[in-house]
Design a protein around this ligand. Sequence first.
Ligand code: MN
Length: 248
Amino acid sequence: MRILVTNDDGYLALGIRALVRAAEDHGDVDIVAPDREQSATSHSLTMHHPLRVRTIREAHVVDGTPTDCVVLALGELMDEPPDFVFSGINHGANLGDDVLYSGTVAAAMEATILGIPAVAVSYTGRDPEAIEDWVPTVSTLLGRIVERGEFPDQTLLNVNLPAVPAREAKGVRVTRLGRRAYEGSLTRSRDPSGREYFWIGGGESRWWGEQDSDFRAIDEGYVSVTPLQLDLTDFDLLQDIRGWGLDT
Ligand code: MN
């Protein structure tokens, strides 16, 4: 089994070290990761300047986004395509609507687009030092996924780990995405020179969703596994919208 590991927190992050250790239980691991923090870069692709790759210890380090890393890994850097791509372990949750901003999830999405089964893993706690304790749990879960020998087409798995000590996790739940909204996360202020600036981030978040949503599983101390599809078509509304008379 050949496994590509990437992330969006950069190759030095504690989370990718933990994911590499978990992945090594299941095959040969190649690391292709950004050279710096690339969180919330979503699925962006670098097209207007060249990308440079350095080899630092055993990792290929790219001055680009997580998506760039997967494109380079599969297109040039790996001798043969991997059997799986694992992305993470992200320092922070990727639940509900946040999956649309996440570089961690986007790297897994890019792998899915390129035909490689992919799993994104995120830790919902605030202390990255705690991620290391999750290696056995993540290894066991990934093992159960890779050993199936089949993986659904055009689908990736989004895994979140609850913010409890690993040994206190209650189990694993398969979930759907919940919803999340931020309040007070846009700051308007002035810099020391008196020039106005805006800053996105921080604030309070609240979430809501179905009983089987990812937020609830995490809140109750379970590992959450959500299958995500790339086809964003709203099939439930397709017939309704066709009834609007937009077709001419
Ligand atoms: Mn991140």
